[in-house]
Design a protein around this ligand. Structure first.
Ligand code: KE4
Length: 434
């Protein structure tokens, strides 16, 4: 695999872009080497500037659930472009997408569109504080909710990748109201609730996808819902990653809970910048211009982005690919486990719907500390072997692989071949290290 042109762009990009990237995980820091620069993508494939072809399991970290440049989405975008790009006034497209989203989430009467998952979460946190009159927020270590100050503590995704405890530039005051609990550990939540009477909300990724993939136990998620309900503490489900990925709606429904506020992003924009937060009327009516909680955005509800979201959700509803996603994810899980067994590599694989992730460890992974016990050196070897053999993975152990409905049987066969070769190399490197 040759990367000359990517290396050239990476070098050139250093001048005017921070680290030649616009999001840290794209710098490939935790896997070493040079990041690839992409030229184009279509269907299940993505092509870098050196002409290397990959089966794409990153999917822009989730949005491209139909695969790249789906014809229905492309047609809808082209039609929208002919009407103008942005107006600073409302359009019928926002109403249409709002209805599609609210209809898919029981208990969500109203939604507000913003431009990213981070913006959705920071607005939801402000809304929870406005609605309850309290300021404290409980978050779980290893969960990542975007880069708002108050939640950039003990976070997953890029922070875990770069093993940063938090971020420079976040003043202590910004995080003094943030309480950290452990995923799948109800006592760690109960302790905070017992010790604090002014908790506005608990925010959780209903399926964690930013420390690898970790599912909550039924007992944990059900009890979390009941103890917060009892205490009048709002439950915020951050479904930016999971929304419309494991069912046409939210993972919360598959887990048998209903959050008070839900955050969305990624898939609902179909690759265009869209985030959203939604809740029942009595909560959403706190938001300006109806209520006293202010939040605004020049490009919120952008008509092109709305067209991307509408077409994506329409096609998802028509395809209903979720059963197939489960089957494909099961297949990939079995490929990983059998290759690991064949080559004597300690491996766990967690998956939920169309999100999947291998951990190079012999421990079951149920929270951030067990996720961090895995062998990231083995992941690094595995990652580059998969790239060499035509499979584009997130360049970090602390991310999730995503499946698209464009993934074909042939793609799965090629993934299986790549996994076997990559696992053999991991085993070889492990032996060398001993
Ligand atoms: P954005 O601001 O990146 O659109 O969304 C932030 C966010 C919020 N909540 C959850 C559960 C998320 O997963 C994210 C963003 N996800 C990461 C991938 N782990 C985005 C990739 C990146 O940071 O470049």
């Amino acid at each position: 695999m040759h990367l000359e042109k990517s290396i050239e762009l990476y070098t050139k990009g250093q001048k005017n872009l921070v680290g030649a990237v616009n999001s840290p995980v794209r710098a490939f820091k935790s896997v070493g080497g040079f990041p690839v620069f992409i030229d184009h993508a279509k269907g299940s494939k993505i092509f870098d500037v050196d002409g290397n072809e990959y089966i794409d399991l990153v999917l822009s970290y989730g949005p491209m659930i139909l695969g790249h440049r789906h014809e229905k989405v492309e047609r809808s975008i082209k039609k929208a472009l002919k009407k103008g790009y942005s107006f600073g006034a409302s359009t019928n497209k926002e109403i249409k997408l709002a209805k599609m989203v609210c209809d898919a989430f029981p208990g969500m009467d109203k939604v507000r569109f913003v431009n990213s998952g981070t913006e959705a979460v920071l607005s939801a946190i402000r809304l929870a504080r406005a609605y309850t009159g309290f300021n404290k927020i409980i978050k779980f270590s290893g969960c990542y909710h975007g880069h708002m100050d108050a939640l950039l503590v003990a976070a997953g995704s890029g922070l875990a990748t770069l093993s940063l405890p938090g971020s420079a530039g976040v003043p202590d005051e910004a995080v003094k109201n943030t309480l950290i609990a452990e995923y799948n550990n109800l006592d760690s939540v109960q302790k905070h609730i017992d010790e604090n009477q002014d908790i506005a909300a608990v925010i959780i990724e209903p399926i964690a996808g930013n420390m690898g993939v970790i599912e909550p136990s039924q007992e944990f998620i059900q009890k979390l819902r009941s103890i917060t309900q009892e205490k009048g503490i709002l439950l915020i489900a951050d479904e930016v990653m999971t929304g419309f990925r494991s069912k046409f709606g939210g993972a919360q429904e598959l887990l048998g809970i209903q959050a008070d506020i839900t955050c969305l992003g990624k898939v609902i924009g179909g690759g265009f910048p869209v985030g959203a937060y939604g809740a029942r009327n009595e909560i959403m009516e706190m938001v300006a211009p109806l209520g006293a909680m202010y939040q605004a955005g020049t490009l919120s509800g952008n008509p092109i982005a709305m067209a991307g979201g509408i077409a994506t959700l329409k096609e998802l509803k028509k395809q209903n690919p979720y059963k197939a996603f489960n089957k494909k994810a099961d297949k990939i899980k079995n490929m990983l486990l059998s290759a690991a067994e064949k080559h004597g590599v300690a491996l766990q694989v967690n998956h939920f719907g169309s999100m999947i992730n291998p951990f190079f460890t012999d421990k079951t992974v149920t929270d951030f500390s067990s996720a961090q016990s895995c062998n990231t050196d083995s992941f690094k070897v595995f990652f580059w072997q998969m790239m060499e053999h035509g499979v584009f993975l997130p360049p970090s152990q602390f991310e999730a692989w995503f499946l698209s409905s464009a993934l074909s049987k042939k793609d799965l066969k090629n993934i299986e071949i790549a996994i076997d070769i990559a696992m053999a190399k991991v085993s070889e490197k492990q032996i060398e290290k001993k």
